[in-house]
Structure formats: C-alpha cells, structure tokens
Ligand binder design. Structure first.
Ligand SMILES: Nc1ncnc2c1ncn2[C@@H]1O[C@H](COP(=O)(O)OP(=O)(O)OP(=O)(O)O)[C@@H](O)[C@H]1O
Ligand SMILES: Nc1ncnc2c1ncn2[C@@H]1O[C@H](COP(=O)(O)OP(=O)(O)OP(=O)(O)O)[C@@H](O)[C@H]1O
Ligand SMILES: [Mg+2]
Ligand SMILES: [Mg+2]
Lengths: 256, 256
C-alpha cells in the first residue's frame, strides 16, 4: 500500500493537525500501520501525540537538511501501530535552507524512499502556508486531503489551494490526486456553517466526504493530554466523527 | 502619532484578521485616521472590507517588490477614516523574491516612510508564519499585538512567538514593544477556555488586555458581507467586544 496522504490548507486553524492526528490514530485502531509526519515548525502534531518537541535531538529537519535516515528518527507513540516522524522549531530554518538545494521540491520524497514501504499509510501534517515545506509534501504525496472550516475565509481560500495543487500536478507530481475535502468545525445550529457546507458541496460535489467533523470541545481538549481524541474520550461526537471518517476513507468508493 | 501596530501570531486561525479589521474599524469610528495594511497573501483583510482581491491591479506586493508608491495603491473603504493597503495572491511571490534583495527585512519600513504620517494608526495583518512578510512587519512596527485563541495549541506557540519578537528587537528594531496579548474566541461555558485564559494571564500578567473577545458568530458572518462587524451587527457581543478593546487600546494606561 504505502500511500502518502498530505493534509494541507494554507488557511490557518481549519483543523489540519486535528485531522492528521485523529485520522492517523483511527487508521491505526483499524489495524493499519501508520506513520504520521509532522512538517509544521509549530510541531503541534508532535505534541498532540504526547511528545515534547523541545526534548528532541533529531527530527524531520535532520532528514531534510542534514541527510539523517528517517528510520533513525521515527518514534513510537501511545497508539499501537502508529509511529511519528516528529518536528520541532528547527524546521523554521528548513524553509530558507532548502531554497538553495538542487531539486529542492523533491527532498522529502527522496527521504521517505527508504521507509515508506514499512507502512500502509503515511499522513503528513502541513503548516498554514504554500511554501517549500508544503510543496515538498505535495510532491511526495499520493493524494491530498483538504480540511475546510465551515466559515467564509476558509471557503474563499479553497479555489487558490486547488490551483496550487494543479500546479504541483503539472510540474512535479502528475500522479497527485485529491483524496477528499473534509468539512470541519461544523455547528449545525449556525446558519453560516450550513450555507458554507452547501456551497462547498455544490461546487466540489462528490470529492467532499460524507462524514462531517462537528465542533466538539473534546477535540480541543485531547491535545493538552497528548492523546488523540479516541484515547481521551472515545464516546465523544468528535471521536466518533473521526472514526466514521476513517471508515469512509478506507472504503474510498463509498464517498458520496 | 503615526503608530504602526502589527497583529501577528504564527498559529493559524487565532483571529489575526478579525482583530485587524475590527480594531481598525473601531479606531476609525472613534475618529482616528487609520490605515489597514494586508500583508497576508490570503488577502482576508482585503475581502473582509469588501474589496475583491482578484480585481486589483496594484497591491502591497507592488510597493514591496516593484517600488510602487504606497500613496498610489491605498484604497478608501466603506468605513469613513479607514483606508486599506490591499493584498492579493501576488504576495506569495514576495516571500521568495525578497530573499535576494539587500536589506530584505526593512523593505516595508522604507515603503511606509512616505505615508505613515498621514495616519494616527497603521494596523498590519500578518500571515500565519514567521517568514519574511511577518519579519518585515515587525521591523517596521512600533508595537506588536498578539491575538491568542483560548486553546492548547495556540497557548503552546506563544513562547516561541515571544522569542522571535525578542530576536527582531535585538537585531533590527530595538524600539519594538509588546502592545498587548488579546484573548480571542473565548467561550465562558467551556473549562478549557477558562484554564487557558488563566494560564496566559498568570504568565503574561498585565500585558494581557482586560477586554476579551468572546466566540460570537457575527464575527464570522460579517466578512461574507465585506463589512467590519460594527457595520453588520453593531449590537452583537462581538462588535461590543472590539469597541471595548479599542477604548482600552486608546487608554493604554488602563490595561489591567
Ligand atoms: N472539530 C473541532 N471542534 C472543536 N475544536 C477543534 C476542532 N478541530 C480543531 N479544533 C481546535 O481548533 C484549533 C485549530 O485546529 P488545528 O490546530 O487542528 O488547525 P490547523 O489547521 O492545524 O492550524 P494551523 O493552521 O495553525 O496548523 C485547535 O485548538 C484545535 O484543538
Ligand atoms: N471571536 C470569534 N468568534 C467567532 N468566530 C471568529 C472569532 N474570531 C474569528 N472568527 C472566525 O474564525 C476564523 C479564524 O479567524 P481569522 O481568520 O480572523 O484568524 P487568523 O488568525 O487571521 O487566520 P490565519 O492564520 O489564516 O490568518 C474566521 O472564519 C473568523 O471569521
Ligand atoms: Mg496545524
Ligand atoms: Mg488572517
């Protein structure tokens, strides 16, 4: 399998990290072997799985810039069958350091060659930008999953993101597919969320997952305990929604 | 006066644009003359004030990279005494193009020389990153206002942001001050928000504004009408909160 799914959106705070962490954990719970790759200098996916970024001596930065083997940097997590290629603040430097390296868009793709076949899925969390870190992820990817908050600014940015995905397909990675668009932080009581969801479904049709992630406080609480939401409060609507998403993701053909 | 206030936080979705737009509008309503500068390629502040970024032939990008005069690019808005230096997607190119220009950190500061004295306040909205666009804003700034969502990941990133502000103070702009830390999207019913707010106040003491911005749907609805919240629903708690913030901001000495 060894499918690489990149979770990206240049709009900030739309649920990229929350989706990366909880989809990865849900897939691991469904007995798939998963590697979560944190490509964001904020290192939220790393701390969301209980690893303190400040204690790390080697991270994905070393694999990108210092030639370290990914197999030597990967860590186990508190979820069986889920491993982590962690990040820390060093990654900020990579944006600038990668600019002058030849083939700078393909550095992550090359770094993952020696490790990708050990996993069924590799999930990559991206920073809120379309810079070299996100480009590297899209060039390495089999597909891209786009979380979109059901709000105006997030919807507005979707067109630009799709144009950038197409540019990566045309110049670097013709095999890159759209895995799906995921509606997040959906509050059914609020008419703005309903309107935005309708507009996105109207426009992007069956590339939008049937599963919707509701606004649910357990999804915001779980990271402070360093756990995916299934290990924090498995019965919550947030946890159930990500488990549903994982089912739909695995049965790809079922997407609405 | 001609004070330049930068609204920055590398964490995505914490309310930088919402604060930039609504604080600027509140200050204009209080009879100050204000220029809002959109330094984010997403151009959310531009569309939040009713200007379609795709219709623009000249933006802040031209002032940074093509030497255009800011006075020729500034636009009026639907709020008296509030003007806008708009952005569009061209700004994505600036991150890479500025890298090779000498004095690349001071480009915005120089570009604003000829215009800053026409305004009491210049408010700069930043992208969710600590790249060259945000650095340019911090180097040009008199002070930095930091919105922080009352959630775990946003709190976690605060330390790194403060370290970066200090680095800009040490190397480029010793006069840069902290204007204040603003708690946003606060939901008093939710214990996580209360805990995070207490922790941030405990740590950052009286640099945290007394005014708190509640989670309020009118703040998310107003941008889809291209208006600051005061012109969309002046009586809402979201609108009242930003008017309160403007009062506290103007009476600087009153901060808790
Ligand atoms: N469905 C949800 N319900 C409630 N809170 C959520 C939900 N999804 C995410 N959150 C919270 O909202 C905030 C933003 O989510 P998250 O950090 O995952 O977004 P992001 O896109 O990764 O942000 P960034 O652009 O900074 O990387 C976080 O504090 C998170 O805990
Ligand atoms: N107090 C609030 N209550 C409810 N919704 C809010 C509030 N503040 C902001 N929002 C909404 O939350 C989303 C994120 O806010 P905003 O875009 O202002 O954050 P940002 O920090 O500028 O994001 P980015 O990192 O992408 O630039 C937007 O859809 C906005 O309309
Ligand atoms: Mg994130
Ligand atoms: Mg913004």
């Amino acid at each position: 399998m060894a499918k690489i799914i990149v979770v990206a959106n240049q709009k900030g705070g739309v649920g990229k990290t929350t989706t990366s962490v909880n989809l990865s954990a849900s897939l691991a719970i469904a007995e798939r072997s998963v590697l979560l790759i944190d490509m964001d200098p904020q290192a939220n996916a790393t701390s969301g799985l209980g690893v303190d970024p400040r204690t790390l001596t080697r991270t994905v930065y070393d694999c990108l810039v210092k030639g370290a083997k990914t197999t030597e940097v990967v860590l186990p997590t508190n979820v069986p069958k889920l491993s982590l290629l962690p990040a820390n603040a060093d990654l900020v430097g990579a944006e600038v350091e990668l600019v002058s390296i030849p083939n700078r868009e393909r550095i992550l793709k090359t770094a993952l060659e020696d490790i990708r076949h050990q996993y069924d899925f590799l999930i990559v969390d991206c920073p809120p930008a379309l810079g070299l870190l996100t480009i590297n992820a899209l060039v390495a990817a089999s597909s891209v999953l786009i979380p979109v908050q059901c709000e105006y600014y997030a919807m507005e940015g979707l067109g630009r993101l799709m144009a950038n995905v197409k540019r990566v397909q045309d110049s670097f990675n013709p095999a890159l597919e759209l895995e799906g668009i995921l509606l997040t932080m959906y509050d059914s009581r609020n008419s703005l969320a309903r309107q935005v969801a309708e507009e996105i479904r109207g426009h992007f049709k069956d590339t939008v997952y049937r599963s919707i992630i509701p606004r649910n406080v357990t999804l915001a609480e779980a990271p402070s305990y360093g756990r995916p939401v299934m290990l924090y409060n498995a019965a919550s609507t947030g946890s159930q929604a990500y488990l549903e998403l994982a089912k739909e993701f695995l049965n790809h053909g079922e997407k609405s």
